[in-house]
Design a protein around this ligand. Structure first.
Ligand code: 5AD
Ligand code: SF4
Length: 474
């Protein structure tokens, strides 16, 4: 499994939106973790607003508080526990308030959650959101309500997500769920279940719908998008006959179908997996100018010995070959990655291998973490978490510093070039400036003039900060 974690600074954000229905009970919904989780919250909001709930951004006035949780690292769980303490205070004042825990932490802890946190009334795993209205009713009748059944089929394909916290330009579309990879460090196969792909017709319909509603960019989401495969019967590749395989839709084909909706619709995707990413996908990115030249390809470690223990299914050499293929087929491709420091038995030599790989590739961006042992994972059962916390943290600081330099150099190289920017809104610092991204996902800021959100504007970059290009329309 891999999944791009949304920047820590916006984790736990309250999703902003407005609904017309103010007559019903009020729901406060807060999300933590990856984009998939944020996307799931849009499904939850859709299900509950259909049932007459209205949304609030103020938990003090809510009748129902839902927290959509992440279990990927221990500190993600700690953050949720802390947040529950804030809710305790409100529940004291309003005993009728219902508190529900959704998502990966709910799935991991199941009924334990109800025992450990008396405050919690409802516990729901990622595949059971359709059952929410029933579970809420049960809880309203004074019973603790739980559904953590994982499904082999559920993709919520027929539901239209309520676009929460969206800038109206960029939408996330989930194309598959679950993960079958069993990376030894990762809890996701246990919390999100088996991998299953969503019907491409429903994906295209959703992408068309957001485009018709003014959106200009879709990001296709999955734990491992390269293993997307739709054969109609939900069968895995190895169980398909050769005719069925030929008739099935793979990820490259899905990408093309989405790209063909309109040249004005940008297409992004996340997350790619080094063991499954084919040249076909890369050629498809190169073929359509509206498929962005940006790939998130988590490496996790630069040491083949550690990669083997992580059960990643590739070596350092294989990864470098995939990187060479990206550079060959999509020149000028933005590349980002995920890296873990201090995995079980990682030596200084292994760590240096990660550093040398980063120096060789020069990622545009990296999400970096120190290893956090997760209960029930392969690594927890098989290996000792034997790298001292201080060493994990020191190695993490080293790679963060190296990446800061690399990001700076990458941004600098964009100066003097013209970038096609899709405008997302005002820049953080000034309402006289607009911000958007180029195809490679670098943020570009420029004077507003008469441009607006959703426009494509060509910008000549003239200066930069570490991670942002600044320029003028040309
Ligand atoms: N400890 C630290 N980082 C982890 N990740 C996944 N599991 C763990 C863990 N147990 C990181 C990986 C993954 C990203 C989403 O989170 O780098 O790609
Ligand atoms: Fe997303 Fe769950 Fe992974 Fe957290 S543990 S990043 S919520 S899939």
């Amino acid at each position: 499994m891999d999944n791009k974690i949304i920047d820590e600074s916006i984790q736990g954000q309250v999703l902003k939106f407005e609904t017309k229905n103010t007559a019903g009970k009020k729901l406060f919904l807060e999300s933590y973790g990856c984009q998939m989780n944020f996307s799931d919250s849009e499904i939850v909001a859709s299900i509950l607003t259909e049932k007459g709930f209205s949304m609030t951004q103020n938990f003090e006035e809510a009748d129902l508080i839902f927290i959509n949780t992440c279990a990927i690292r221990e500190n993600a769980e700690l953050r949720v526990r802390n947040r529950l303490n804030d809710f305790k205070r409100v529940k004291k004042k309003n005993p009728k308030l219902l508190v529900g825990v959704l998502g990966c932490m709910a799935e991991r802890l199941k009924s334990q959650f109800l025992e450990q946190e008396k405050l919690v009334d409802i516990v729901v795993g990622p595949d059971s959101y359709r059952d929410l209205p029933n579970l809420i009713e049960e809880a309203e009748d004074g019973h603790k309500a739980i559904n953590v059944i994982l499904s082999k089929e559920e993709t919520y394909a027929d539901l239209t997500p309520l676009r929460l916290g969206s800038n109206g330009v960029s939408a996330f579309i989930s194309i598959m769920r679950g993960c079958d990879n069993m990376c030894s460090f990762c809890v996701v196969p246990f919390t999100r279940g088996r991998e299953r792909s969503r019907d491409p017709d429903s994906i295209i319909a959703e992408a068309k719908d957001v485009f018709d509603n003014g959106y200009k960019e879709v990001t296709l989401l999955g734990q491992n998008v390269d293993s997307y495969l739709w054969s109609g019967g939900g069968l895995k590749k190895e169980n398909l006959s050769s005719e069925q395989q030929a008739a099935a839709t793979n990820f490259a084909q899905l990408l093309e179908k989405v790209a063909l909706i309109s040249p004005q619709l940008r297409v992004r995707f996340s997350t790619s997996h080094p063991k499954d990413m084919t040249d076909d996908v890369l050629h498809m990115v190169a073929k359509h100018t509206n498929i962005c030249n940006y790939i998130h390809l988590p490496v996790q470690s630069g040491s083949s010995r550690i990669l083997e223990m992580m059960n990643r299914g590739y070596t350092r050499e294989w990864y470098l070959d995939r990187m060479a293929a990206i550079k060959r087929i999509i020149p000028n491709c933005g590349i980002s990655t995920d890296i873990i420091t201090g995995f079980c038995s990682e030596t200084e030599e292994d760590h240096q291998q990660t550093i040398s790989l980063m120096k060789e590739i020069k990622y545009d961006y990296a999400y970096m973490f120190s290893y956090s042992e997760r209960p029930k994972t392969l690594a927890e059962r098989k290996y000792k978490d034997d790298v001292a916390e201080a060493v994990k943290k020191r190695r993490l600081a080293e790679i963060i510093e190296l990446q800061r330099l690399n990001s700076g150099i990458k941004t600098l190289l964009g100066i003097g070039q013209v970038h096609e920017v899709l405008v997302e809104g005002f820049s953080k610092k000034s309402n006289e400036m607009l911000m958007g991204r180029n195809s490679q996902n670098t943020v570009v800021v420029f004077p507003k003039q008469n441009y607006k959100k959703g426009d494509y504007v060509n910008i000549l970059a003239t200066r930069c900060t570490t991670s942002t290009l600044i320029g003028e329309p040309v």
